[in-house]
Design a protein around this ligand. Structure first.
Ligand code: DOR
Length: 448
């Protein structure tokens, strides 16, 4: 072989779609150019991956990076720094910023802000509103757009599409998969009296109860079938919804989060107080176990962190005046590798949920798989490393994690974005080279 490579990854165990292979990877101009034996002398840069596993770059398809409008919690530089530090190579960012991302101008603003400041590749969701539903076909295919997001129930920010006719209108315009926050607004409003005067955060899953989630998830499945539109239901928290989604593979895909697989009520609320408060809530142990069943039986399609930073000061108010959400983009990989080491899922299933799954659901172009011609995005992990997750390691401006003090086995040791090593041994390297991700559905629709 006469070729020269910009980067050669030597001697790692490579997680290919067909299985684990001990081989080398050669990168030219940000793409995977060769998979097979490569002499070290053929690389301008050589990464010795002996003893390490090379995963397709982890894609976190649900993060909230708060810019513009709430930069005191996070911004695109700090959020993506956390992603790179945690082994995540691509993020999709949610539209509940200030202002909300509901127009071509707001999307262009986010893309401009990310240029030169984002450490990883990125795309931004367009927030659906009753007003912009009719424009969705053109908005959802704009370059850099990850797709459409509907908040059926209100959470952080002002985005809400509550009325069935409005949800139907959004689903009827455009064709890309629509991501859904499924909580029933009317039921939440009616039950708010349970916590209104102040309560222990343990009441969070009592207020926003199982029925609140089930009502919204069953409604969106019905509307997806009626309108012939694919939906991706985010952060599923109940065994009941997992059952509904297992019976809806014709129209719906399912996301789980590491925190709903790791934490449960009441223990998490007793130990973490409002730091465990998020929407939809952390629930009882039997729901957590049902989510694991959805992982092992293949019902869950995608793992997303729902990284939703709020400051400790904001979290120290009296519940329910406290905002919902916790950080997660940086801890997704180590927390899940620890679950791999504990035997709760295989490394192959982790790759499926964090790379192949997002690629398939969102029809990402060139990302989510290690194969020749695809982007050279890699999450390189040491499965044997024993480490402790601490607040001090967290890059988020919020500067805390619900896993502070947790010992884990398995750690991301390098993050490679299109052939650029942006993190190695916990240190950010190079610069903020992140670029917008591309999507096959949008390319087909627009010819670009
Ligand atoms: O807990 C949450 N926090 N759930 C959401 O849906 C929104 C998020 C946020 O942006 O804070």
């Amino acid at each position: 072989m006469q070729e020269r490579f910009d980067l050669v990854l030597k001697g790692g165990t490579v997680m290919m779609a067909a299985g684990r292979i001990s081989t080398d990877i050669g990168v030219i101009a940000g793409r995977i150019a060769h998979i097979g034996d490569i002499p070290a002398s053929a690389g301008d840069q050589v990464f010795d991956a002996t003893g390490l596993h090379i995963l397709p770059g982890v894609i976190d398809s649900q993060v909230h990076f708060r810019e513009p409008g709430n930069e005191h919690k996070e911004d695109l530089a700090t959020g993506t720094a956390g992603a790179a530090a945690g082994g995540v190579t691509t993020i999709f960012e949610m539209p509940n910023t200030k202002p909300s991302t509901t127009s071509a101008e707001a999307l262009a603003d986010k893309l401009a802000r990310a240029k030169g400041r984002a450490w990883v590749d990125h795309a931004f969701f367009m927030g659906a509103t009753p007003e912009n539903a009719a424009e969705m076909a053109s908005l959802e295919t704009l370059p850099g757009c990850a797709g459409v997001k509907i908040f059926m129930g209100s959470s952080t920010g002002s985005l809400l599409v509550e009325a069935e006719e409005h949800i139907r209108a959004v689903l009827s315009h455009g064709h890309r998969v629509v991501s859904i926050h499924a909580e029933d607004e009317a039921r939440m409003r009616e039950r708010f009296k349970l916590v209104e005067g102040g309560a222990h955060p343990r009441m969070h899953p009592v207020w926003r109860d199982v029925e609140t989630a089930v009502l919204a998830t069953s409604r969106i499945i019905r509307l997806a079938r009626e309108t012939g539109r694919k939906v991706h239901v985010l952060h599923i928290t109940t065994g009941d919804e997992a059952e509904l989604l297992a019976a809806a593979k014709d129209v719906a895909t399912m996301e789980v989060t590491p925190q709903h697989l790791t934490l449960s009520a009441p223990e998490a609320y007793d130990r973490l107080g409002t730091l465990a408060q998020m929407n939809p809530p952390i629930r009882e142990e039997h729901h957590r176990l049902a989510l694991w069943r959805a992982v092992s039986e293949g019902v869950a399609d995608v793992l997303g962190s729902d990284h939703a930073p709020h400051t400790l000061e904001e979290k120290s108010k009296q519940y329910p005046a406290t905002p919902s959400g916790m950080t997660g983009v940086q801890t997704l990989v180590p927390v899940m590798l620890d679950h791999v080491n504990a035997g709760r899922l295989t490394l192959e299933r982790f790759v499926d949920l964090s790379a192949h799954g997002p690629q398939r659901v969102f029809s990402l172009a060139g990302k989510g798989r290690i194969a020749r011609g695809w982007d050279a995005d890699f999450t390189i992990v040491d499965l044997k490393a024993k480490r402790t997750i601490t607040n001090a390691w967290i890059k988020s401006r919020a500067a805390w994690t619900p896993y502070d003090g947790m010992q884990v086995t398995g750690w991301p040791v390098a993050t490679v974005v299109r052939g650029n090593i942006v993190m190695r041994d916990d240190e950010l390297l190079g610069g903020a080279i992140g670029e917008p991700a591309r999507f096959l559905d949008a390319i087909v629709a627009t010819g670009k």
